[in-house]
Design a protein around this ligand. Structure first.
Ligand code: P1T
Length: 388
């Protein structure tokens, strides 16, 4: 199908998902084979061994690249595998500028895995792009950021930072997991790479762990394909199928996530037990104007500071019935978690403190349930927190 000119919602359902030419099956087949027959040595139909390439994976990669507006997409077995593979395209002695607020597992890759190998990283609040330019050193080979960031929901100006990166001849990688291509396409703003944990909104049903990188540049993509094949952190054909299946409803899901999150953020902002709310759709949020410029909606993630510290936060997280206390995000079901103890435990205590991830800090992944039910559920949490 010619996809030029088709809208994002249509691409989710049709891009790279042609009916199977051999049977006419409307849904993409799951090619479980680990190896592919060759007419003679090196004579094959484009696939030789499933780690190097797989038809179901190709279909997923095609859909992701259509959605992000890239030239190449490379799928991985997890978001962390996608992140690691991008970083392994660098070498010992190189330096990376990293947004100061990233997923705890991403921080851990920099701090505990690649620092001992000689990859140097500086974590920096990128709200002011001038500071990014000033922090670029002679060994800086990559700029990496999340926007909205995890878990503070900071918004960084992708176009301004991409322009700084371009002038310095350094690629900019944007982890677009929180926004998804439905709300923000970093390559359109000049980023070179988009990274995803497909575990989250892209799959959308909390039943797959996966990742992907979408690139605008041939050489970078070639290197990533090489790393995908060489390191072998590839997704299974079944998981590729699952993400493709989830992607079909990404458009409608994101609309509902945003709808519900907007309403809940307002409820939290007015609540007497809430100290502060972090949601890019609230006018009180530091990144509100920037989010309105570069995003089509402020997303489905909200963080807030609950009054009463750890005891109140634990009581809250134990009391909600619809918001399950669990790590991860982006599924149809609502989740709540405590970043200091859960997703961001691998950050040093001082780094968490500097960011504002305290004992009463709670992160919500707002699902697509009925919003009145979600409101009542939050009130259940507040009620329990009051009694601590
Ligand atoms: O879990 P995995 O698929 O490996 O993805 C890692 C990852 C990468 N980037 C961002 C922005 C993420 O949020 C994550 C994973 N995050 C969680 C599990 C979480 O609860 O925040």
């Amino acid at each position: 199908m010619h996809i030029e000119g088709l809208a994002q919602d249509t691409l989710c359902i049709h891009a790279s998902q042609e009916p199977d030419p051999t049977s006419g099956a409307v849904m993409t087949p799951i090619a479980l084979a680990s190896t592919f027959v060759q007419n003679g040595p090196g004579e094959h139909k484009g696939y030789d061994y499933s780690r190097a390439g797989n038809p179901t994976r190709t279909a997923l990669e095609g859909c992701l690249l259509a959605l992000e507006g890239g030239k190449h997409a490379v799928a991985f077995g997890s978001g962390c595998a996608a992140t690691s593979s991008v970083l392994l395209s660098l070498k010992s002695g190189d330096h990376v500028l990293v947004g100061d607020d990233v997923y705890g597992g991403t921080f851990r890759i920099f701090d505990k895995v690649l620092k001992p190998w000689g990859l140097d990283a500086t974590f920096l609040d990128m709200t002011d792009p001038v500071k990014v330019r000033q922090a670029i050193g002679p060994r800086t080979r990559l700029i990496w950021l999340e926007t909205p960031s995890n878990p503070m929901l900071k918004i960084f100006d992708i176009a301004a930072i991409a322009e700084i990166a371009r002038k310095a001849n350094i690629p900019l990688a944007v982890d677009n997991t929180f926004a998804t291509p439905m709300l923000q396409r970093p390559l359109d703003f000049g980023a070179s790479l988009v990274v995803h944990s497909t575990t989250k909104y892209l799959n959308g049903h909390s039943d797959v762990v996966g990742g992907a990188v979408i690139a605008s540049d041939d050489a970078m993509a070639e290197r990533l394909h090489f790393l995908q094949k060489s390191l072998g952190a590839v997704p299974s054909p079944f998981d590729c199928y699952m993400v493709l299946r989830g992607l079909k409803t990404l458009g409608v899901r994101m609309k509902q996530h945003v709808h519900n999150a907007r309403i809940l953020a307002e409820v939290l902002a007015r609540h007497p037990q809430v100290e502060r709310v972090f949601y890019p759709g609230l006018t009180s949020h530091a990144g509100y104007a920037m989010a309105a410029r570069q995003m089509k909606g402020p997303g489905g993630m909200i963080s807030f500071d609950l009054k009463g510290g750890l005891a109140a936060a634990v009581a809250f997280l134990k009391a909600t019935r619809i918001f399950a206390c669990a790590e991860s995000l982006g599924g149809v079901e609502s989740l709540a978690e405590h970043p200091a103890i859960m997703t961001h435990a691998s950050l040093p205590a001082e780094a968490r403190k500097a960011l504002g991830i305290g004992d009463g800090f709670i992160r919500l992944s707002v699902g697509i349930e009925n919003v009145e039910d979600l409101k009542q559920d939050l009130e259940r949490g507040f009620h329990a927190a009051r009694n601590t």
